[in-house]
Design a protein around this ligand. Structure first.
Ligand code: UD1
Length: 422
């Protein structure tokens, strides 16, 4: 298994291009199942999670071609001959559950493996299932699989009120509702930019959707959807991660394609910590010119709040801030697994339930550390860049699920970082 070796200490200066959003792409790809015509995604990120979704769609009978080195995904689902999403693929990636809504909406039946647990908590899919049930689906849970049927072969519009905000459940319901008979209203829907991007793509395909980006989305079901070409929105989590690189190490980095509206709450926290963020014609420029950053308190929330997917990276910054910060994780239980690893690097962190209290130290020290999940792994790399000496981050297969060419992107800004093949 590969590791990443980081030699810390230097400033970072330069330009980093931000890729298309992994989480948007993972919900846009299953939209191919809604139409027999071609769906093409441009600005796709080149990541192992995208290859997993490609495999899953291909196993169902979809054609998926990766063009221009993976930046373009050309998909066609004119012949879906298998309606079972197998455990072997689904267990690798929870987002696989997103094929359930589209398959059910298109052909009136689907069998999808339940994803099972994951490193950052129990993460059930009950809200996905309840939304589809409200739309008339009959569900049977057998042998670890959801067996789903739409009576009469078609889902019907419904009012679905989510008890808590769920990105995935909103996406599954939105995908399914486009072909349901009648009107669907999703209440307490997620407002994430990835949902807005999905709605834009579905509209290009002929769907009738209103209210995306707000907590009520209304979908008027249509009889059929057509093909489209759609550019994947910028990855706000990759953007936030690279914005933190000069914040942690000092220097100035311009993130190409970055937009303030994608990272508003996060940029506000950077500002409070003493980091400058400015909009440029090409993206966002982030600089830390002098002095230590200041401690800030952070609470993760659904969009437009501070994203849980940037909590680990923000913690890496706060480890060397002046003062004490409290991070509260409200989206996932058990999402502080990076804390013990940061402590190995000299950080002072006290985790109690859903809170972590971080008392800043002047300097972290390099150490061998282990990545436990995707965002944790990149937080350890960021911490290593700011630390004295060498840090080796092992088990980086998580990293490749969500960050393309991380060594090249940081290396181009002066980071001393290399991959050790293992
Ligand atoms: C998506 C993102 C993930 C991000 C998360 C929160 C993708 C592929 N992944 O995950 O990177 O961290 O949003 O921004 O887009 N829940 C239930 N029942 C359900 C579904 C969710 O109880 O059926 C709970 C979860 O356990 C969690 C909360 O709802 O506590 C929010 O999860 P959700 O928004 O659904 O996250 P994902 O869509 O899985």
């Amino acid at each position: 298994m590969d590791s990443i070796l980081v030699r810390g200490g230097g400033e970072l200066n330069g330009v980093i291009p931000i890729a298309g959003a992994k989480n948007a792409c993972l919900t846009l790809m299953p939209a191919t199942l809604l139409t027999e015509e071609p769906l093409t995604l441009t600005n796709a990120p080149r990541l192992s999670d995208i290859r997993t979704m490609t495999q899953l769609l291909q196993s169902l009978g979809a054609e998926v071609s990766s063009l221009q080195g993976g930046k373009v995904l050309a998909m066609s689902s004119h012949d879906i001959h298998n309606h079972t999403a197998d455990y072997d693929i689904v267990r690798k990636m929870r987002a696989s559950i997103l094929v359930l809504g589209p398959m059910l909406a298109r052909d009136g039946h689907a069998i999808v493996s339940l994803p099972g647990g994951c490193a950052i908590g129990a993460r059930p899919v009950d809200l996905h299932l309840k939304a589809l049930e409200a739309m008339g689906a009959e569900l049977d849970l057998r042998d670890g699989y959801v067996h789903a049927k739409a009576p009469g072969g078609r889902l019907k519009g419904a009012v679905v009120e989510f008890p808590i905000v769920s990105v995935g459940a909103t996406e599954n319901a939105l995908l399914a509702a486009t072909l349901a008979k009648g009107t669907t209203v999703l209440k307490n829907a997620a407002r994430e930019p990835e949902i807005v991007d999905l709605a834009h793509c579905l509209r290009r395909m002929g769907a009738q959707i209103e209210g995306e980006g707000s907590s009520t989305i209304t979908i008027q079901g249509v009889d059929r959807l057509g093909g489209a070409t759609h550019p994947v929105v910028t990855d706000r989590i990759e953007l936030g991660t690279y914005m933190l690189a000069p914040a942690i190490c000092g220097g100035e980095v311009e993130c190409l394609g970055g937009r303030l509206d994608l990272v508003g709450a996060f940029a506000e926290k950077l500002d409070q910590a003493g980091i400058s963020v400015t909009e440029t014609e090409r993206g966002l420029k982030v600089a830390r010119k002098n002095g230590r950053v200041k401690a800030v308190d952070v609470t993760t929330e659904p969009f437009p709040g501070f994203p849980t997917d940037l909590q680990a990276q923000m913690m890496a910054l706060l480890c060397t801030a002046e003062g004490t910060s409290v991070l509260e994780e409200k989206i996932f239980e058990n999402r502080f697994m990076h804390a013990p690893e940061l402590i190995r690097m000299g950080a002072k962190i006290d985790v109690h339930g859903g809170h972590a209290t971080v008392t800043g130290v002047e300097r972290l020290r390099g150490a061998p550390v282990m990545a436990t999940d995707l965002r944790a792994s990149v937080s350890l790399i960021l911490a290593g860049l700011a630390a004295e000496g060498e840090t080796v981050v092992s088990r980086v297969y998580h990293l490749d699920r969500g960050y393309e060419h991380v060594e090249d992107k940081l290396g181009a800004c002066g980071a001393r970082i290399e991959r050790i093949k293992g």
